[in-house]
Design a protein around this ligand. Structure first.
Ligand code: NAI
Length: 341
């Protein structure tokens, strides 16, 4: 039976990295039915809607989305498509695993961090207004419901995957009420997971501690804005934004998308690294119960990184996006025996 997936190729480098990922997924031998939609400025031209009704209906139906990046105008224009989709479908948990790939030279060769970011509130509620000319107010919303829900997600993930430690990241020394509530919820949830060590770190100190020694962390749970910033910081540990996947998980549906944006500086040149979206597709396959296909792609991807001669420019190679995808497909076809990790 074919897996029905809503595909949002996105804009900028989105169509290039999506095409590469779809080709690799299809080369596993699994069957997919792609329901493909534009979003953002491109969708507006065609449907006069930034998130077309047909796209929303498709996600409701398939319950699984694979999404390329979508450009968000800065300082005006339409609201972020990413943030809107996360809110619209209550994709409350943003899950971002940060793990090294073989042979990418980095300061820390064995990073294995999980960032769990609350996805629906904080300053991303987008509630802003001009109080008087020259004074703008932006409101940070933190609720007990969303904080408890994200803390439970992090602890349940840790228990299921034998992770040992969770840090709640906060700024409750300054935002005593909002981040204070977030921490209280994390502490309450932690009581039900006595086998997992629970600790709290202030967000600015966390940035410094991460750069000094990322190995001291295991799973980090935090509100939306801190998660956005810290996950880009952590992307640098493993070689940059082109490598980091993410999953937006809700109770009803999930959307898998790379951490990076539409990278207008390199769009249309066939030089973008599709690894992040390929790694998203691994998360998606596991979500669909297709563990064998996920392992097959992961092994092939790691072989291409070990061989080094078909890497993209951002990680020191000369290959184009499509050539990189060809090598991953080639490695899958020849079969690569790899220890599971
Ligand atoms: P960006 O992630 O697009 O680019 C930052 C830097 O990383 C650029 O130098 C870019 O060339 C490089 N880069 C990113 N992805 C890469 C890849 N796959 N391969 C090689 N190099 C890569 O971040 P930026 O410039 O801040 O945002 C551009 C646009 O993307 C904005 O409109 C932003 O709102 C949007 N955006 C969309 C996201 C999404 O759809 N999930 C997430 C983040 C940003």
């Amino acid at each position: 039976m074919a897996h029905k997936i809503t595909l949002i190729p996105g804009d900028g480098i989105g169509p290039e990295v999506s095409r590469a990922t779809v080709r690799i997924l299809e080369a596993t031998g699994l069957k997919f039915e792609w329901e493909t939609f534009a979003a953002g400025a491109e969708a507006f031209e065609k449907y006069h809607e930034y998130i077309p009704k047909e796209l929303s209906e498709s996600i409701e139906r398939t319950r699984v989305g694979l999404k390329g990046p979508v450009t968000t105008p800065v300082g005006g224009g339409f609201a972020s498509i990413n943030v809107t989709l996360r809110k619209q479908f209550e994709l409350y948990a943003n899950f971002r695993p940060i793990r090294n790939l073989p042979h990418i030279p980095t300061r820390y060769p064995q990073v294995d961090l999980i960032i769990v970011r609350e996805n629906t509130e904080s300053l991303y509620s987008g509630i802003e207004h001009e109080v008087v000319p020259g004074v703008v107010e932006s409101i940070k919303i933190i609720t007990e419901k969303a904080s408890t829900r994200i803390a439970k997600f992090a602890f349940e993930y840790a228990r299921k995957n034998q992770r040992k430690k969770i840090h709640a990241i906060h700024k409750a020394n300054i935002m005593k009420l909002s981040d204070g509530l977030f921490l209280r919820c994390c502490r309450d949830v932690a009581k039900g997971f006595p086998e997992i060590t629970y600790a709290e770190h202030i967000v600015d100190n966390t940035c410094m501690q991460l750069v000094m020694n990322p190995y001291q962390y295991d799973v980090l749970v935090m509100e939306n804005l801190y998660g956005d910033i810290i996950s880009d910081l952590c992307a640098a540990f493993i070689g940059g934004l082109g490598l980091v996947p993410s999953a937006n998980i809700g109770d009803h549906c999930s959307i898998f998308e790379a951490v990076h944006g539409s990278a207008p500086d390199i769009a249309g040149k066939n030089i973008a690294n599709p690894t992040a979206l390929i790694r998203c597709s691994l998360l998606m396959l596991r979500h669909l119960g297709e563990f064998e296909a996920a392992t097959k792609i992961r092994n092939a991807l790691e072989k291409v990184y070990r061989d080094r001669d078909k890497l993209t420019k951002d990680v020191g190679g000369k290959a184009g996006t499509s050539e990189f995808a060809d090598s991953v497909i080639g490695a899958m076809e020849t079969g690569v025996a790899q220890p599971a990790s």
